[in-house]
Design a protein around this ligand. Structure first.
Ligand SMILES: NC(=O)C1=CN([C@@H]2O[C@H](COP(=O)(O)OP(=O)(O)OC[C@H]3O[C@@H](n4cnc5c(N)ncnc54)[C@H](OP(=O)(O)O)[C@@H]3O)[C@@H](O)[C@H]2O)C=CC1
Ligand SMILES: O=C(O)CCC(=O)C(=O)O
Ligand SMILES: [Mg+2]
Length: 417
């Protein structure tokens, strides 16, 4: 029977995903290097599923449009049909989409996260043996980032300097808060942005991070913030994070606080789990100097963005940095790489498809298809071990064989056998 004839949507039943043997999975190819990467990745996904389940399970891929391809074909950057597909089929995957700097459209990537309320951006960072890196002991880095994905300055509430809206907002602000308005250094030419951070938004994110730490037997959750400066947004994130840990998981003050501990044996914890916090700039130096001190990380949207690229570099770069945007309550999820469109390499079959392939690995694990996910890890380790790698690794690796994007996908398939 054809894939289409047996294809069914993934559904949510009693708070858990119900995954048919032939789930319909929407995908966005992406802009720039997206099409090259997607071609290589899809071959890997189909091969691992076939090898793991011998035809009993397969993915019914459903292409949906976004970005430049969507604009060319429909006149819209993010058609309603695409949003509807992700709403209906729950779990999907995407390539990177371009966002212009300054003017132009706002980020389609951020829009997908906001419209579908995918409040967690989950970005695991681990070292694969043999990958060239700029740090001395990359194996010490083993962190899982929970980046808040719907709030912070990414909400996109901005007022362009000199615009009528900006003038109106300035006037309202100056009238309501004259003392605070005096702090604006150059009021005539200023552009303004709002940074919404809420207790609800913080607590659902931190709750997901703590659940992850419990379920995966991790030793700590670190709240990363710039709360010394932004007291009522980033500082509140820290306070709400500790509050959540105490209220929902019975965390107790550690040595008088502010750190907390969830005691072994309570709320499913298999060991004492420390809930701690660190200021964001210190975190960015400590991931280089003391990476082993950090495990699960919960942070705000902008910090999480910076931190994920920096941590990716520590373990070998953005070419193998996966992620997933997840709403743990509704089951909606879209998996995607941490990197962008790398436009200078578009259509050269050159870049590393590893980040999207590992995002697919996360997706398969999320669906409970662990055997297929494990095969991706096996194949990737094999390809790296054999030093058949794309340009990003090859330029830093002695004796490596340079392969194309598509060939790296083929090498993964070969090594999963
Ligand atoms: N979620 C998404 O869809 C995201 C989209 N973007 C968007 O992507 C566009 C480009 O962003 P930019 O800031 O240049 O960042 P990119 O991540 O696209 O690229 C920056 C550099 O990272 C390296 N790189 C990226 N992808 C790969 C890969 N697959 N394999 C190997 N190396 C890779 C390249 O380094 P080198 O030059 O050293 O070879 C590249 O020049 C922007 O419009 C941005 O908004 C950005 C991030 C996420
Ligand atoms: O949406 C974009 O263009 C950038 C997003 C980004 O950098 C990220 O999610 O890490
Ligand atoms: Mg980013």
């Amino acid at each position: 029977m054809s894939v289409a004839a047996t294809a069914q949507p993934i559904t949510m039943k009693a708070g858990k995903l119900s995954v048919p043997n032939t789930p319909i999975v929407p995908f966005i190819e992406g802009d720039g290097t997206g099409p090259d990467i997607w071609r290589a990745s899809q071959l890997v996904f189909d091969a691992v599923v076939k090898k793991a389940y011998g035809g009993e399970r397969q993915i019914a891929w459903k292409e949906v449009l976004a970005g430049e391809k969507a604009f060319k074909q429909t006149g819209e950057w993010l058609p309603e049909a695409t949003l509807e597909a992700f709403r209906t089929y729950l779990v999907g995957i995407k390539g990177p989409l371009t966002t212009p700097v300054g003017g132009g459209i706002r980020s389609l990537n951020v829009a997908l996260r906001q419209v579908l309320d995918l409040y967690t951006c989950l970005r695991p960072v681990q070292y694969f043996t043999g990958v060239p890196t700029p740090v001395k002991q990359p194996e010490l880095t083993d962190m899982v980032i929970f980046r808040e994905n719907t709030e912070d300055i990414y909400a996109g509430i901005e007022f362009e300097a000199g615009s009528a809206d900006c003038d109106k907002f300035k006037q309202l602000f100056a009238e309501a808060f004259p003392e605070r308005w005096k702090k604006v250094r150059f009021p005539n030419s200023v552009g303004l942005g709002l940074k919404p951070v809420s207790a609800e938004g913080t607590k659902r994110l931190v709750k997901a991070a703590v659940h992850y730490a419990i379920d995966n037997d991790r030793e700590s959750v670190t709240l990363v913030h710039k709360g010394n400066i932004m007291k009522f947004t980033e500082g509140a994130f820290r306070d709400w994070g500790y509050q959540l840990a105490a209220e929902e998981f019975g965390a107790q003050l550690l040595d008088g606080g502010p750190w907390h501990v969830i005691k072994k044996g309570t709320h499913g914890a298999q060991r004492d789990i420390v809930i701690k916090d660190v200021i964001a700039d210190a975190m960015l130096q400590q991931i280089l100097t003391r990476p082993a001190d950090y495990d699960v990380v919960a942070t705000l949207n902008l910090n999480g963005d910076y931190l994920s690229d920096a941590l990716a570099a520590c373990v070998g770069g953005i070419g193998i940095a996966p992620g997933g945007n997840i709403n743990y309550d509704t089951g909606h999820a879209i998996f995607e790489a941490t990197h962008g469109t790398a436009p200078k390499y578009a259509d050269q079959d050159k870049v590393n498809p590893g980040s999207v392939i590992l995002s697919g690995e996360m997706m398969l694990r999320h669906l409970g298809w662990t055997e297929a996910a494990d095969l991706i890890i096996k194949g990737l380790n094999g390809a790296i071990g054999a030093k058949t790698v794309t340009y990003d690794f090859e330029r830093l690796m002695d004796g490596a064989k340079l392969v194309k994007c598509s060939e790296f996908g083929e090498a993964i398939i070969k090594h999963m056998a």
